[in-house]
Design a protein around this ligand. Structure first.
Ligand SMILES: Nc1ncnc2c1ncn2[C@@H]1O[C@H](COP(=O)(O)OP(=O)(O)OP(=O)(O)O)[C@@H](O)[C@H]1O
Length: 237
């Protein structure tokens, strides 16, 4: 689903991504675990075509981001770290606007918006402005928006920051449904080890390099530690 080869990104003399290579098969909940400054956001910016990296390439569903970005991006949905909804518009308008940008026919967008909004418990608030919503519901709207064009690869960058445990759980459960029911691949960037404990696969990123790559148990064994958290803290000190 995703192949990253030799990706390098520098900011002046600082290396944010250091010849990073990895591949991720279709389907599953994959956690990209890294401390602050590891390069997670930089990687997501390259994956979503915000800029091209200095070196290397990314392929999504076999399509190169360098030569075929438009078609590659059609496979990707994203929720960025920074909230990006129009606060003055209602949930419904925000979602309709995005569906129009994606070129979805109106009968398809109406059906998908209703389906996803119901799934995430947003139906009662559809006509409220986003400004009036809790942080948890705003994130759910962003997730629904990211799912409208039915992406195969969903990128979530620190998506639970500021959410209480219940909202975090609901968001994660919704994503697990997507993985199970539609075979979506979720790449979930976080610095919280607890969010990696139940992942299908964990990628540990530190200073732009991959330190470990495997199931939570494999990563714990590879990095050495009594718990995944101890292994992570030890390896990224
Ligand atoms: N626009 C920029 N200009 C200069 N340096 C940058 C820029 N963006 C990121 N960096 C540096 O690149 C490195 C990787 O940053 P990045 O934001 O990708 O990490 P991150 O893992 O997302 O961190 P966080 O968890 O804090 O969001 C850091 O050393 C950061 O200071």
């Amino acid at each position: 689903m995703l192949k990253i080869h030799g990706l390098t990104q520098r900011y002046g003399t600082r290396i944010a991504l250091d010849a990073l290579s990895l591949s991720i098969a279709r389907g599953g909940f994959v956690v990209l675990l890294g401390p602050n400054g590891a390069g997670k956001s930089t990687l997501f910016q390259v994956l979503t075509g915000l800029f091209a990296a200095d070196e290397g390439d990314v392929k999504v569903a076999g399509l190169s981001m360098r030569t075929d970005a438009r078609r590659a991006l059609a496979h990707i949905g994203v929720v960025f770290q920074q909230q990006s909804l129009d606060l003055d518009l209602s949930i419904a308008r925000n979602l309709q606007f995005h569906a129009e940008l994606q070129g979805l026919p109106s009968h398809v967008s109406r059906e998908r918006i209703a389906f996803e909004a119901a799934r995430f418990g947003l139906m009662a608030d559809m006509q409220r402005s986003v400004r009036e919503l809790s942080g948890g519901n705003r994130r759910k709207v962003e997730l629904v928006r990211a799912l409208l064009h039915r992406p195969d690869l969903l990128l979530m960058d620190e998506a639970t920051v500021g959410l209480d445990p219940r909202s975090r759980r609901e968001l994660l459960d919704g994503l697990q449904d997507e993985v199970r029911q539609r075979g979506v691949t979720v790449l979930w960037a976080t610095h919280r080890v607890s969010e990696a404990e139940h992942a299908d696969r964990v990628l540990v990123l530190h200073r732009g390099r991959l330190l470990a790559n495997g199931s939570p148990a494999e990563v714990k064994a590879a990095l050495g530690g009594a718990t995944l958290e101890a292994a992570f803290l030890n390896a990224t000190r």
